[in-house]
Design a protein around this ligand. Structure first.
Ligand SMILES: NC(=O)c1ccc[n+]([C@@H]2O[C@H](COP(=O)([O-])OP(=O)(O)OC[C@H]3O[C@@H](n4cnc5c(N)ncnc54)[C@H](O)[C@@H]3O)[C@@H](O)[C@H]2O)c1
Length: 388
């Protein structure tokens, strides 16, 4: 891979140390570095970028990367920057014009950052905008990270539950299995179901998309049926009507009341998370029950959830975690790094040079900022709404 054909200068890919609070992941791992170096890239990793995910600098060096002592050394001459969290305004100021940045960009909640990238004439691809088509599965970072988050949520629920999850027959008596309820059976929910099943719990799950029923049952869990099918466009859920919401609340309340652990993942893209568990429902739960609200950052599926903290109410522990995938940083980083490796393959043309043709369906959909313009219409609208 050469940046300037004939000169033999390799394209430099930079991987920074994540600076957001609580972020432990890193955008590449040694196995992926090895492949990128073999493909002709130079990979530069900022000092200690992988330390919190347990990939020390030495492991990157052994894979063929160079270690940069500082952020400015990292970015000197870099054509591509890989990140997990969106670059900060300060980072954007350090990029050269035309740098390609790939990572989560959280556009709706990061308008200052997007403005800075636009004004710096950076090319930014947002992984959350990668279309969920079969060809893009290997670069679907939303799914890989939701898988990591779903696993952590189930393990966290088990760790806070005062009961065993499996049934036990012991000399000290028989222990009945705990009941785990999963609300929202998308990618994260299905992983939470599989994990709770492996821990031996009785697992029930509910989703407004009837199609989720088959997947839930195939994992050995019970699917709670409601006479509603709220499958919206693109396989996502639509918002329920007020009458449907009442029916849902009744059924969900009964299931929540018999659960020892409830893991909620219900989300509607671009909207506040639906409230599925009211404060009255919490009051009717078993003492010692635990709620892990994976939708905490988008408003919460439980009325009492506070994002980033734990609330105790009527003997129920309600946890509103932020950034669950960062709690399993070794494997979440590995999966994310492979997603980025697949995405990078789209950015290389037949001659091995970086492409400037972004007409490919996946590139076009995920291109957020390019050549001084915001290319993603909803983000553009948010910016012009704020007259920026
Ligand atoms: N490459 C692909 O084809 C691909 C990849 C990943 C996901 N998908 C599909 O995308 C869809 C959404 O996946 P996701 O995990 O990103 O979803 P998501 O994070 O947007 O939502 C999580 C789940 O919450 C459910 N939900 C929303 N409102 C609810 C309510 N009121 N009550 C109960 N549940 C509610 C949704 O139906 C969804 O299953 C699924 O159909 C999934 O199979 C496809």
């Amino acid at each position: 891979m050469t940046g300037a054909p004939g000169t033999g200068t390799p394209v430099v890919i930079a991987v920074g140390r994540e600076t957001a609070a609580g972020e432990q992941r890193v955008a590449t791992v040694p196995d992926v570095v090895q492949k990128l170096v073999k493909a002709g890239f130079e990979v530069r990793v900022e000092h200690d970028a992988g330390a919190r995910a347990f990939y020390p600098d030495d492991s990157f060096v052994a894979a063929g990367a160079k270690i940069a002592a500082s952020r400015s050394d990292l970015l000197k001459g870099a054509r591509v920057m890989l990140c997990v969290q969106p670059p900060t305004v300060a980072d954007a100021g350090m990029f050269s014009e035309g740098t390609i940045v790939v990572g989560f960009m959280n556009p709706a909640n990061n308008l200052d950052g997007i403005r800075a990238l636009r004004d710096r004439k950076v090319t930014a691809f947002a992984l959350e905008l990668v279309p969920r088509i079969s060809r893009a599965q290997s670069m679907d970072a939303l799914s890989s990270q939701a898988t990591a988050g779903g696993y952590v949520a189930a393990v966290m629920g088990a760790a806070h539950c005062p009961k065993f999850l499996p049934m036990l027959t012991t000399a000290a008596g028989t222990i009945r299995p705990a009941t785990v309820l999963i609300l929202g059976a998308g990618v994260a929910g299905l992983m939470a179901i599989a994990t709770a099943k492996r821990l031996g719990a009785l697992v029930e799950a509910y989703d407004v998309r009837r199609a989720a029923g088959e997947q839930v049952r195939s994992l050995g869990a019970k699917f709670l049926e409601l006479e509603i099918n709220a499958e919206g466009s693109g396989g996502y859920a639509r918002e329920l009507t007020p009458e449907e919401k009442v029916k849902e609340q009744q059924m969900v309340s009964a299931a929540v009341a018999r659960a020892d652990i409830v893991i909620t993942t219900a989300a509607i893209p671009g909207r506040k998370a639906p409230v599925l568990i009211t404060r009255e429902t919490v009051a009717a739960m078993r003492p010692g029950a635990v709620i892990i609200d994976m939708a905490a950052e988008s408003g919460g599926n439980c009325e009492l959830t506070v994002a980033g903290t734990t609330v105790h109410d009527h003997g129920v522990t309600i946890i509103g975690p932020r950034n669950l995938p960062a709690q399993i940083p070794f494997h979440a980083s590995q999966m994310y790094a492979r997603n980025l490796q697949s995405f990078l393959a789209l950015l290389v043309d037949k001659s091995g040079a970086l492409t400037r043709d972004f007409s490919d369906e996946i590139l076009a959909a995920s291109l957020l900022v390019h050549a001084g313009e915001v290319r993603h219409k909803p983000t553009q609208d948010l910016l012009t709404g704020g007259r920026a």
